[in-house]
Structures are given as structure tokens and as C-alpha cells.
Design a binder for this molecule. Structure first.
Ligand SMILES: NC(=O)c1ccc[n+]([C@@H]2O[C@H](COP(=O)([O-])OP(=O)(O)OC[C@H]3O[C@@H](n4cnc5c(N)ncnc54)[C@H](O)[C@@H]3O)[C@@H](O)[C@H]2O)c1
Length: 252
């Protein structure tokens, strides 16, 4: 039977690559996102893809979205909690509390809500797994990005707890921790760092690369292939793990 896959915030970026990779692997895929235009675009790219608008910062929208996803897919085997926002680049003492709340809401609370609603359905699956997006920011401190780092460390605690709670039902839970992924987001991160420190974009980029064994950004398609593997039978003994895919970055 085709895998039934729910991907949050999957209309663009890494989530879009998840949708392409799972669909190419024969899965039935449901993608939610806040951006209706991006949803329309990806709907045209992937035949049979099911899309729906959902703002992950609103519990009421998540509570409507998850049952709809399960009904549309006819059950659920794979949950990919991909949704996550970067927040602002500011030190803690200047960080606006409202922005802190928003980052925690999308990166952590939405993951809790989507997952708690998905679990009863995952328990019905013959081979269920949950994949949560953490980050290099969930392995090290991240100056000037405090809610992002706190949320991504939180994702790891949540994932390890899920793995322990759900292993008895054969449900696996793992986290992926990417480093700098090629795309618009990392350019915004570098620009934010440059602005705050008064350094040039080139200096900021060079400093980031100096911390990596392999010099370069990560192809988001490689992250998608890692997720396909983690959700597959070949990974049936892997649970409760954090898998970095970060060009061997040693510090942040
Ligand atoms: N890009 C990176 O360098 C990087 C590195 C490590 C971890 N990550 C993590 O990977 C995940 C995906 O990152 P990305 O860079 O592809 O993201 P992105 O910034 O490209 O956004 C992906 C999607 O999220 C949607 N979105 C934003 N706010 C939303 C909301 N409130 N509700 C629903 N959808 C919303 C956007 O519309 C977009 O389609 C995130 O959890 C991120 O923290 C990214």
C-alpha cells in the first residue's frame, strides 16, 4: 500500500522537496501551508498532491487540518513536522516578546498539536513514523536567535519523548538537524548577521564556511532523501535519533 504522508508547511523550501521526494516514491501526499499561492504552485507540480491552507500558529486551524488530512489520505503512515520560522536576529535583551511567542508557537507548539492529533491515526498504521525538523540550532547555542535555538532544542526533547512513548505501537520518531541549506532562508540569515555585526556579507559567509568540514550549503533534495529513508522499512530500527545533515559543522 502507498505510504500516506502529511507534511506541514510543505509548499516551499525543504517541505516542497519532501513532497516531491515522497510523491516520486509512490506515496500519497498531503501538504498544508499558510501560503495559498505556493500551495497552488506545488499542486500543479505534483499530480495527485492534496493541499490545504493552514496557519500553524493557530491551534484552531490545526485542529481542523489534521482530521481533514487523515480523511483525504485514508489514514496516516508518515508525519513530517516541517513547519518552522526563523524569527528575528537580535540579542535576548532586545528580542520582542511577541516575536518570541510566534516562533515558539510555529516551531514547537504546532508540532505538539499536529502530533497529538495524528497519533491515534498513526497507531492504526502498519509502519508509522514521525520526522521532526530540528536544526544545527538544536545542537549548539545560536547567538541572536534565541527563540529559534530554544525551539529547535525543544524539538529534540519532544522527538526523543515521542519515540519512548510510541515505540510500543511500532511508531518511530526521529529528528533531522540540517545546517545551512541552499535557498533564500540562509541568505536572509547571513544578511541579518551582517547587519547586526556591521560586517560584510562575504565575511559572514566565510566565517560560516570556516566552521564546516565540507565547504558549501546543503542541497534540500538530500534532506528529502534522508526523510524518505527514515520513513522506510530500511530504517525500521532507527528511532529517537537526531540526524544532522550539516556538512560536518562543528560549532555555531
Ligand atoms: N533552510 C535552512 O537553512 C534550515 C536549516 C535547518 C533547519 N531548517 C528547518 O527546516 C524547516 C523548513 O525550513 P525552510 O527553510 O524550508 O522554510 P521556508 O522559510 O522556506 O518556509 C517553508 C514554508 O513554511 C511556510 N510557513 C511559514 N509560516 C507558516 C505558518 N505559520 N503556517 C504554515 N506554514 C507556514 C511558508 O509559507 C513556506 O511555504 C523549518 O523547520 C526550519 O527551521 C531550515
Amino acid at each position: 500500500m502507498a505510504q500516506r504522508v502529511l507534511i506541514t508547511a510543505g509548499a516551499a523550501g525543504i517541505g516542497r522537496e519532501f513532497a516531491h521526494a515522497f510523491a516520486a516514491n509512490g506515496a500519497r501526499v498531503f501538504v498544508c501551508d499558510i501560503d495559498e499561492r505556493a500551495l497552488a504552485r506545488i499542486g500543479e507540480e505534483i499530480p495527485g498532491l492534496i493541499t490545504r491552507r493552514c496557519d500553524l500558529s493557530l491551534r484552531s486551524e490545526i485542529e481542523r487540518m489534521v482530521p481533514e488530512a487523515v480523511a483525504a489520505l485514508g489514514g496516516l503512515d508518515v508525519l513530517i513536522n516541517n513547519g518552522g520560522i526563523a524569527g528575528m536576529t537580535l540579542p535576548v535583551e532586545q528580542y520582542p516578546p511577541d516575536d518570541w511567542d510566534k516562533v515558539i508557537a510555529v516551531n514547537l507548539t504546532a508540532m505538539f498539536d499536529v502530533t497529538r492529533l495524528a497519533i491515534p491515526h498513526l497507531k492504526q498504521s502498519p509502519a508509522a513514523s514521525i520526522i521532526n525538523m530540528s536544526s544545527i540550532a538544536g545542537r549548539y547555542g545560536f547567538p541572536n536567535r534565541s527563540p529559534y535555538a530554544a525551539s529547535k532544542w525543544g524539538v529534540i526533547g519532544f522527538t526523543k519523548t515521542l519515540a519512548m512513548e510510541l515505540g510500543a505501537w511500532g511508531i518511530r520518531a526521529n529528528a533531522i538537524a540540517p545546517g545551512a541549506v541552499a535557498g533564500e532562508r540562509i541568505e536572509r540569515v547571513f544578511a541579518g548577521r551582517a547587519q547586526l555585526s556591521g560586517r560584510s556579507l562575504e565575511e559572514v559567509r566565510a566565517e560560516a564556511m570556516a566552521q564546516q568540514s565540507i565547504k558549501g550549503t546543503i542541497d534540500p533534495r538530500d534532506i528529502a532523501q534522508l526523510a524518505v529513508f527514515l520513513a522506510s522499512d530500511a530504517a525500521k530500527s532507527i528511532s529517537g535519533q537526531v540526524i544532522p545533515i550539516d556538512n560536518d559543522r562543528q560549532r555555531a
